[in-house]
Design a protein around this ligand. Structure first.
Ligand code: PLP
Length: 352
């Protein structure tokens, strides 16, 4: 606290990022990173761009990247916005499109950055409870609201909605912006991007952090009607004209084009997820059905906090999210098969 702070800063409860400890031999299953990392073609492209041209500012519009993404979806570059990780794209979205007189709606268990952005930008919001299966029930959103945002698959549950339900949500709210945060979509959910042509109120946000293994490069993007994208550009150009540096732009283009690496890495993660879910099931965990690169699990006989602490002592880091409805759960990122096997052995030991 300081008397020099702007009033808004006193009101903030910032998002708490997962730990990035520098411990040796750590099995890191806490921040949903991709164990296979970026494709070699991506690394080559970044290395080739590491030249004297770094003295110049990057293209403020990242036009080549916009075109690459737009073409892959059969859209125009005016339908795409890129930012410094999808967190920045989300931040601009909250400010540009989600602040209205009526409250913003999102699930009560969801990405915990959403309420943090609301506090930062002074956005009134209502959290809509997940149903008893921990799923989003779109009919619960049929109420007065200024806009809606939800991740699909949801985080940290991993549970996905079918596209038909997203479409129902869009039809229920033709006069509100509906944002679908698809950070984890490539691990098993259907993307709403094809709906963009039909619904001018839909904004879809994706990231290269998860399925492209590029959390460290910080690239995310939004796809939507050009009027929504214009609003994002207005905020971006009032904040930082160069959110993507030159290396991020070339790296993201190479990653987006390398379909072979992408398919291979996500298929491995999906296969490992099925194996880990079945091993955890045998250890008596309740495992929510995940379409993401993590599992959200609960053990009836041992508290999540206890398991988290004991795993940490064995140099295995998972995520425990305190909160009324998440306290009993652990979120476990899908690592390599070897990492997940070590996790299972450690859990067998802990649970006796
Ligand atoms: C639901 C969701 N959306 C967005 C993000 C942000 O990802 P990034 O800023 O790395 O693109 C995350 C990161 O964990 C997430 O879980």
């Amino acid at each position: 606290m300081s008397r020099f702070w702007s009033p808004v800063v006193h009101q903030l409860t910032p998002y708490i990022a997962g730990e990035q400890p520098k411990l040796h031999n750590l099995i890191k299953l806490n921040t949903n990173e991709n164990p296979y990392g970026p494709s070699p073609l991506t690394l080559q492209a970044i290395a080739a761009a590491t030249t004297d041209s770094l003295r110049l500012y990057p293209d403020p519009t990242a036009q080549q990247l916009l075109m690459t993404i737009a073409e892959s979806f059969g859209l125009d570059q005016s339908n795409v916005f890129v930012g410094n990780g999808s967190d920045e794209v989300l931040a601009h979205t909250f400010q540009a499109l989600l602040k209205h007189d009526a409250p913003l709606l999102f699930p009560d268990i969801t990405y915990s950055f959403y309420p943090a952005y609301c506090r930062l930008y002074g956005i009134d919001f209502r959290a809509i409870a997940l149903d008893e299966t921990m799923s989003v029930c779109v009919s619960d959103y049929r109420k007065n609201c200024g806009a809606i945002i939800l991740p699909n698959p949801n985080a940290p549950t991993g549970i996905a909605l079918p596209l038909s339900e997203i479409e129902n949500l869009l039809k229920d709210h033709p006069d509100q912006v509906v944002v679908i945060d698809e950070a984890y979509v490539d691990f098993g959910a259907a993307s709403a991007v094809p709906l963009v042509k039909h619904y001018p109120n839909l904004l879809v946000i994706q990231t290269l952090s998860k399925s492209r293994g590029l959390a460290g490069l910080r690239v995310g993007f939004a796809v939507g009607d050009s009027s929504l994208i214009e609003a994002l550009n207005r905020v971006k150009d009032s904040f930082n004209s160069y959110p993507l540096d030159q290396l991020a732009i070339v790296g993201a283009i190479a990653a987006w084009k390398d379909r072979v690496w992408f398919e291979d890495s996500r298929n491995k993660i999906i296969a490992t997820r099925a194996r880990l879910a079945s091993s955890l099931d045998k250890l008596n965990f309740e495992v929510l059905p995940s379409s993401a690169n993590f599992l959200f699990v609960h053990h009836p006989a041992c508290s999540a906090k206890e398991i988290f602490g004991q795993l940490r002592e064995k140099s295995i880091l998972v995520r425990h999210l305190p909160g009324d409805r998440t306290n009993d759960y652990l979120r476990i990122t899908i690592g390599t098969d070897a990492e997940c096997e070590k996790l299972v052995v450690a859990l067998q030991d802990i649970l006796g």
